[in-house]
Design a protein around this ligand. Structure first.
Ligand SMILES: C/C(=C\CNc1ncnc2c1ncn2[C@@H]1O[C@H](COP(=O)(O)O)[C@@H](O)[C@H]1O)CO
Length: 262
């Protein structure tokens, strides 16, 4: 049996590889990677029994560190001039006609009028609402967007915006440049952001950091569960509940933040 490579077969292989490949600028992307976000490629499970893919992953991840580093640098640069600021989280799915959306606009406006820049995830729904309020108040309206599997621009009320590829880099910016978090009603993303903030405060990674939940009808059930289940079963301390302030009025959002400001 001949061991000489068959040139025709090699050409066919190359053709197949090229067909499976596209280029974005200088970056070559296999077709099966297209539509995958950077975060997804970072977190993707590789079968540890596949030695070739494991070694490929090692090489890619080493270079990835430089991209992560550059995203931190770009974020720090973009945010370096931000003065007093509050990060507002909330549902990406709020309809502009909904009462929660108009509450979000009023919260953004109240924060802006009180002199705070407003930082959001830069997307639609509650983020857009808070950015709108801040912009209309003449305050700095900041949107820190995230690369998603579908195309999404920054909402039109963002004055200073940035698109992040890595969730954890973006999350660092939300905390680092804000002195408080405000949560409007929201789903998984909002709950993730809320509980990350709570964990940072509980473990004293950040101090004097008020977390304000807007909408007692929306958040009341969660607080009841935290008290009746988490605290009652010793999973959190009863004092941990004091880390959260629930309000309904946008002016009370500002008051809660100011009460915690030294
Ligand atoms: C699902 C839709 C849009 C998604 N676009 C987002 N853009 C920016 N930031 C987002 C987006 N989705 C979630 N986030 C972050 O999580 C929070 C909202 O998540 P929830 O699950 O909707 O509560 C928000 O604070 C963002 O930081 C619809 O078009």
């Amino acid at each position: 049996m001949s061991t000489t490579p068959d040139p025709a077969a090699a050409t066919a292989d190359e053709a197949e590889t090229e067909a499976d490949t596209c280029y974005v600028g200088p970056i070559r992307i296999r077709r099966d990677q297209q539509g995958k976000t950077t975060d997804r490629r970072l977190l993707e499970w590789i079968d540890p029994r596949d030695a070739a893919r494991r070694s490929d992953r090692t090489m890619r991840d080493s270079w990835r560190v430089l991209r992560i580093q550059s995203e931190f640098v770009a974020g720090f640069d973009a945010m370096s001039e931000v003065a007093e600021a509050v990060t507002v989280f909330g549902s990406a799915r709020l309809h502009p006609e909904s009462p929660e959306y108009s509450l979000g606009v009023r919260v953004g406006r109240a924060l802006g009028e009180a002199g705070y820049a407003v930082i959001t995830g830069g997307g639609p729904g509650a983020m857009e609402a808070a950015n709108q309020g801040a912009h209309q108040a003449g305050a700095q309206s900041i949107g820190l967007n995230i690369e998603l599997p579908f195309e999404q621009g920054l909402n039109p009320w963002v004055d200073l915006g940035m698109n992040f590829r890595y969730f954890f880099v973006r999350k660092t910016m939300f905390v680092k440049y804000a002195q408080a978090f405000v949560c409007l009603p929201g789903g998984m993303g909002t709950l993730d952001e809320l509980f990350e903030a709570l964990t940072l405060v509980q473990t004293k990674k950040v101090v004097r950091f008020p977390i304000v939940l807007v909408g007692s009808d929306f958040w009341g059930g969660l607080l009841d569960w935290m008290r009746d289940v988490l605290a009652a079963r010793g999973m959190i301390s009863p004092e941990d509940l004091d880390l959260l302030t629930v309000v309904d009025d946008p002016d009370d959002v500002v008051a809660a933040i100011e009460a915690a400001t030294p």
